[in-house]
Design a protein around this ligand. Structure first.
Ligand SMILES: *Cc1c(COP(=O)(O)O)cnc(C)c1O
Length: 359
């Protein structure tokens, strides 16, 4: 029987998706082979790949003005790929620093050109989002990069920044498809797959087509968006099985009612857990309530010395991977699309019991 896995990533996948993959593992629809063993040029795999892209476009409302790329190297490789493609020879990029992931993106971009940190909430311990009126942006920036959901801190924007004619770039690794989003406000969206899409290693890039073809000449071929787009993300052998699994997740999301329905469920899951934490004198969450993440909910116990005991009891009940990130400590519950509401209820039940006994 499956446990409730609260891991931040690689994260839980929908059980229905895993079951379908199991059924199809040895023989995909009478082909006599696994998807893993198929040529990426075969009609069968090309159909799997195209269907996944079509379903993602439908789910997220992505128009033909955008290319959808299925790349490799996770979200972290995009930290370099983005400046190489968008910064030009002497451009400046604006970044907003709201946590560990934006800091990593900034550090990598600095290797390739001028980076202006337009705003930072580091002074607050990354517990809030700086008001956009205070951002010191560059008028002719090559792009403005932000991290809509800081997976480690549990901090999430409740707005899409206004960037005027400057392309807005978003690391949506841990929040993509968690609720409706107006894609047309963004120039580029990227997301490592292992939180809300599928297996790790795959990274989905949604890029406005007018931003293609601007890569610096030293850009490695495999990192050049134009090349990847021109080749249907098959310049080399793509991560075929991960792409297939992502496709199954997209189908599953459509069956659940799409991002509108997911948004409602995710809001309810998060507000249940935050509500419980706020009503307790034993548990606490440090984030500015306006910017609390729906996806990653860090919390501390009244006494850190009880952390080990809390985790042990959780494991025994099949509530797994609740330890906070090593840089933050405490606990963190990740409530991605695939975490059922019953998992949140089970967690809250255990937290109440633990507080009663040890609080
Ligand atoms: C997980 C994560 C990353 C890193 O993803 P990798 O696929 O491991 O490179 C980057 N940004 C955010 C916001 C993340 O949650």
């Amino acid at each position: 029987s499956r446990a409730y896995n609260f891991c931040a990533g690689p994260a839980t996948l929908p059980e229905a998706v895993l079951k379908q993959a199991e059924t199809e593992l040895l023989d995909w629809r009478g082909t006599g082979m696994s998807v893993m063993e198929m040529s990426h040029r075969s009609d069968e795999f090309v159909a799997i790949a195209e269907t996944a892209e079509k379903d993602l476009r439908e789910l997220a409302g992505i128009s033909d003005d955008y290319a959808v790329l299925f790349m490799q190297g996770g979200a972290s490789s995009q930290f370099a790929t983005i400046p190489l493609n968008l910064l030009g020879e002497n451009g400046t990029a604006d970044y907003v620093s709201t946590g560990i992931w934006s800091k990593k993106a900034i550090a990598e971009a600095k290797r390739f050109g001028n980076v202006n940190v337009a705003a930072s909430s580091e002074d607050s311990g990354f517990t809030t989002i700086p008001d956009q009126s205070s951002w010191a942006t560059t008028p002719d920036a090559a792009y403005l990069h932000y991290t809509p959901n800081e997976t480690i801190g549990g901090l999430e924007y409740n707005f899409v920044p206004e960037s005027g004619s400057v392309p807005l770039v978003a690391d949506m690794s841990s929040t993509i498809l968690s609720r409706p989003l107006d894609v047309s406000k963004l120039g580029l969206i990227y997301a490592g797959a292992q939180k809300n899409i599928g297996p790790s290693g795959l990274v989905v890039v949604i890029v406005r087509k007018d931003l293609l073809g601007k890569a610096r000449k030293e850009t490695p071929t495999m990192m050049n968006y134009q090349v990847i787009a021109d080749n249907g993300s098959m310049y080399n052998t793509p991560a075929t099985y991960s792409w297939y699994l992502a496709g199954l997740v997209f189908k599953w999301l459509k069956e659940q009612g799409g991002v509108q329905a997911m948004g409602e469920i995710n809001a309810r899951k998060a507000s249940k857990l935050y509500g419980f934490i706020d009503n307790s004198d034993f548990y606490a969450n440090p984030i500015d309530p306006r910017f609390r993440s729906w996806m990653n909910i860090p919390f501390t116990l009244g006494d850190d010395a009880l952390n080990g005991e809390f985790l042990k009891g959780a494991n025994a009940r099949g509530l797994l991977n609740l330890a906070g990130h090593r840089s933050v400590g405490g606990m963190r519950a990740s409530l991605y699309n695939a975490m059922p509401e019953a998992g949140v209820d089970a967690l809250i039940g255990y937290m109440a019991e633990f507080e009663k006994e040890r609080g």
